[in-house]
Design a binder for this molecule. Structure first.
Ligand code: FES
Ligand SMILES: [Fe+2]
Length: 367
């Protein structure tokens, strides 16, 4: 094996990877769907930006900037009326796009708008797009792209390292053998799915020294496929495939204060109908929970203390360098403001506002 292989281009300091002030414009999870009932409004802080989320009578989740564009009262103190929200302070009312639609002391509302953000709901979670218009669908597992699926939320936890550092654990070939004692061969092949998603595939013919695999190997001799798909460097989707069974795990993370990661685990499987189909899926999701727990339990102490610095890569570290390169080519926003970062030589030289819409002056008020 070549140490410090010449073709490992890692000399430039990353401007996005593992940076506590930056993240990629994209979809990020907000709260579990069932934590937001019709008529409820809640304050949430996502990637440093203060927001409110509410659900109107039409059952749609709406996300607005937290502070009212009139005096700055927190809209989380307000009330949901129909599909709209009324500020507690002077009772101005805003619709689901943030437009002011009523001011009690005026016949016509003034043209003012609370900043709104695109939302979606899937896998039992509400998601927000951190820009004006979604450029991608919600993160999906390529193997299940055309399928309906069943999913369940599992462990939610915080790590002391950046989400990017947590994510690369799943393509860190060496540690599978040293930490997890899998004693298997890893040779990842990467493929860029689109600007924001990258996949890594490994096929193994050997028998990893892992309780579940040993059990399966007692009757299953064909290759086992291990597939990763990363979205925005913060949501990692893992598929372990055998002919007759697939485990799908999603680790959806987001960057919180001090460059740490808050992570939601989602278990998934292809939808199966009928009583046996449902029983099968319950069993697969139950087993997936143990696979997900095993995936992270032995790494935990690493995530608490690591100061990531890839100083001496070897060939086996190549997927990590490919992950970093992929991330560095994406559109970065600044943590807290969600403004676009203009970066030059690793420094933030200019912070640019999103393009203003003509008619409404929400950006002037809120941003
Ligand atoms: S601060 Fe919201 S209506 Fe005045
Ligand atoms: Fe690990």
């Amino acid at each position: 094996m070549n140490v410090n292989s010449a073709n490992l281009n890692h000399t430039r300091k990353p401007k996005i990877f593992n940076q506590p002030e930056r993240f990629i414009e994209g979809w990020y999870w907000v709260i579990p769907s069932k934590k937001l009932r019709v008529g409820e409004v809640k304050p949430v802080t996502i990637l440093g930006r203060e927001l409110v989320i509410y659900r109107g009578e039409d059952k749609q989740a709406v996300i607005l900037d937290a502070y009212c564009p009139h005096f700055g009262a927190h809209l989380g103190e307000g009330t949901v009326e129909g599909n709209e929200i009324r500020c507690f302070f002077h009772h101005w009312k805003f619709d689901s796009e943030g437009f002011c639609v009523e001011i009690p002391c005026l016949e016509e509302p003034v043209k003012v708008k609370a900043k709104s953000w695109p939302t979606a709901e899937q896998y039992g979670l509400i998601w927000v797009w951190t820009g004006e218009t979604p450029q991608q669908p919600l993160p999906f597992i390529p193997e299940l792209e055309m399928e309906e699926s069943d999913s369940a939320l599992s462990a939610r936890f915080i790590t002391n390292c950046h989400p990017n550092v947590f994510m690369i654990n799943a393509i860190d070939a060496q540690h599978f053998n040293t930490v997890h004692k899998l004693l298997s061969e890893f040779n990842f092949e990467k493929q860029e799915l689109n600007e924001n998603a990258i996949t890594f595939t490994n096929t193994t013919h050997s028998t990893p020294d892992y309780w579940l695999m040993k059990l399966i190997r007692s009757f299953y001799k064909k290759p086992v496929n291990y597939h990763l798909c990363y979205w925005y460097g913060m949501t990692g989707m893992i598929t372990i495939s055998l002919d007759f069974l697939q485990f799908h795990l999603i680790f959806a993370s987001r960057l919180i204060e001090a460059g740490r990661a808050e992570i939601m685990t989602i278990l998934m499987t292809k939808k199966r109908l009928g009583i046996f189909g449902r029983l099968h899926n319950h069993l697969v999701l139950w087993l997936s929970k143990f696979v997900a727990e095993d995936f992270i339990k032995d790494d935990n102490k690493i995530f608490q203390t690591i100061q990531f610095n890839l100083k001496s890569p070897i060939d086996l570290d190549q997927p990590i360098i490919q992950f970093i390169d992929h991330l560095e080519r994406q559109k970065a926003l600044k943590w807290g403001t969600w403004y676009i970062d203009r970066m030059n030589d690793g420094e933030v030289r200019e912070i640019e506002k999103r393009p203003k819409r003509e008619k409404w002056h929400d950006e002037l008020v809120n941003d």
